[in-house]
Design a binder for this molecule. Structure first.
Ligand SMILES: [Cu+2]
Length: 92
């Protein structure tokens, strides 16, 4: 999953229901045509990771916990303003 924010403030992104691997982060927009920019071996495993200001965050999860999981900025008023997404994960 890749997330991007145009706003000039860091965002500590948190996912419920899973730890995740941080494959990449940086300033500007993620260039999905350049997968070599991602860390695919020994990527750091977190439940919160900082998305840089005006930047992106790329994470991977293992889909092994079916449910409805919230991913959101951990700055509460950012979540209140709508900086959150619900991820629906099925068993299949
Ligand atoms: Cu935020």
């Amino acid at each position: 999953m890749a997330f991007h924010s145009p706003f000039a403030q860091d965002h500590p992104m948190h996912l419920h229901g899973h730890d995740f691997w941080v494959l990449g982060s940086g300033y500007g927009e993620f260039d999905s045509s350049n997968p070599n920019s991602l860390t695919l071996v020994d990527a750091p495993r977190r439940d919160v990771a900082m998305m840089p200001a005006s930047g992106y965050l790329v994470i991977a999860i293992k889909t092994n916990n079916p449910g409805a999981w919230l991913m959101h900025c951990h700055i509460a008023w950012h979540t209140s303003e709508g900086f959150a997404v619900q991820i629906l994960e099925r068993e299949s």
